[in-house]
Write a protein that binds this ligand. Structure first.
Ligand code: 6PG
Length: 472
């Protein structure tokens, strides 16, 4: 193969890297691949490459030398110090105007720092979120690049070709400068956590409260997925209930330990939202419920003391199921609203200049949170690019108005059955708090002023006041 053809080098042949390399190759772009362990590269070439223009190399130097200038190097390695080490090793071989793209789930502040480091050598940098798992990477992910727009224009034909398409429209755009891409991917994952928690709670209610078996659960989720709740997470959930376990006579779902893992993106989203003072209760709560699920000793001990008795609903199953569909829908709108509110504030604080309509557009396909709701969210921002909050969009407001009663009923049912639904409850509390003309925070201000002279503002006069609380 002619040296000039290799414009892109890919580093890291894990699940995502391998699939991205094959996807890029399928679209006619020659790609040179490198993995630290050469045996892995060799195996990939022998087992998985089928006619794509993919060339294996055994060293970083070889990878760089194979490409004409300006070069593009895509890193698909685990986030963290491994990327710093790799960049350090790679930089001596690169020249000004070459480009490094980090396609991992990287913490956005690391991306800003690395962009500054590579800029010292004139090397361009893109931080790119990639969503859709191995299958998405292979056949069309949602891509969330941020950083130098000059760099984006260079790599754009490849990204547009390999990304997911919705009605022919590629699920990729240049999101903004610096860490904009990795920030948007982080919030995508935060929303993912929030939605998964809501789905899990509804599953719990259907299973424990209404006694639905796995076949019935499959049917309910499949039916919901054909309607307004349509989305990737609903689709895989409906399928999960059918999967047989190959080591027992049960369904696999019933053999899985109820302790959720995490790799950090939900935590980053939660911490950053607290820093930016944007309330995202569904995402924080989802994070906390994963933590709680892992507290085995506490769960066992407390369960033994209080020994919660299970209750079942024998009647009204259909009515409750219908409420749950509406409740889930309402909770999902409120979870998306929280994520988008965070993006709005982050865009202002970090000067990303995000176009939220574009964020919704590229999330419609390929990614884990793709769902019918994103069409509504996209049109909300299309109509009003500066929309202050998604609940102020007439269409979404109407959807929440008509489903919030069912959300209340679902929570009441769950409480009566002793089944925890903290995610559903958090979304309702979020909604009710924003709807309240007056919050009880006047009392908090009074307490702060009482014990600490922190002052308060009045409703009838401007300025800050301190009360003489101990005087009559
Ligand atoms: C995606 C996923 C992907 C990954 C998450 C899972 O968009 O393709 O979000 O990035 O599956 O990192 O995160 P946890 O392990 O934290 O659940």
């Amino acid at each position: 193969m002619d040296r000039k053809e290799f414009k892109l080098g890919l580093i890291g042949l894990g699940e995502m890297g391998k699939n991205l390399a094959l996807n890029i190759g399928d679209h006619g772009f020659p790609v040179a691949v490198y993995n630290r362990t050469y045996a892995k590269t060799k195996q990939f070439m022998e087992d998985e490459v089928k006619g794509q223009a993919i060339q294996a190399v055994a060293s970083l130097e070889e990878l760089v030398k194979l490409m004409p200038r300006p070069r593009m190097v895509l890193l698909v390695v685990s986030s963290g110090p491994a990327i710093d080490n790799l960049i350090e090793e790679l930089l001596p071989f690169l020249e000004p105007d070459d480009l490094i793209i980090d396609g991992g789930n990287t913490f956005f502040r690391d991306t800003d720092r690395r962009e500054r480091t590579t800029a010292e050598k004139g090397v361009l940098y893109l931080g790119m979120g990639v969503s859709g798992g191995g299958f998405g990477a292979r056949f069309g992910p949602s891509l969330m690049p941020g950083g130098s727009s000059k760099a984006y224009e260079r790599v754009r034909p490849i990204l547009e070709a390999i990304s997911a398409k919705v009605d022919g429209d590629p699920c990729v755009t240049h999101l903004g400068p610096g860490s904009a891409g990795h920030y948007v991917k982080m919030v995508h994952n935060g929303i993912e956590y929030g939605l998964m928690q809501l789905i899990a709670e509804v599953y719990h209610l259907l299973k424990l409260g209404l006694g639905l078996n796995n076949d019935e659960l499959h049917k309910v989720f499949s039916r919901w997925n054909q309607n307004k709740l349509n989305g990737y997470l609903m689709e895989i959930t409906s399928r999960i209930f059918l999967k047989k376990d190959d080591q027992s006579s049960n369904r696999l779902i019933d053999q899985i330990l109820d302790q959720a893992g995490q790799k950090g993106t939900g935590l980053w989203t939660s911490i950053n939202a607290l820093e930016l003072q944007v309330p995202i209760p569904n995402i924080v709560l989802a994070e906390m419920m994963r933590d709680l699920s892992g507290q085995t000793e506490e769960r066992q001990g407390i369960n033994q003391i209080f020994h919660k008795s299970d209750r079942y609903l024998s009647k009204d199953r259909e009515k409750v199921t219908a409420h749950l569909e509406q409740a889930l829908y309402c909770g999902m709108i409120l979870t998306f609203s929280q994520g988008l509110a965070l993006l709005r504030e982050a865009s202002r604080t970090y000067k990303y200049d995000l176009v939220l309509q574009e964020v919704a557009r590229i999330w419609r396909g390929g990614c884990i949170i793709r769902s019918a709701l994103l069409e509504d969210i996209r049109s909300a921002y299309k109509k009003q690019p500066d929309l202050v909050h998604l609940l102020m969009d007439p269409n979404l407001a109407e959807k929440v108005r008509s489903s919030q009663k069912a959300l209340r009923s679902a929570i009441k049912t769950a409480m009566g059955l002793n089944i925890p639904t903290p995610g559903l409850a958090a979304s309702l509390a979020y909604f009710d708090s924003f709807c309240s003309p007056r919050l009880p925070t006047n009392l908090i201000q009074a307490q702060r002023d009482y014990f600490g002279a922190h002052t308060y503002q009045r409703i009838d006069r401007p300025g800050f006041f301190h009360g003489q609380w101990n005087r009559e």
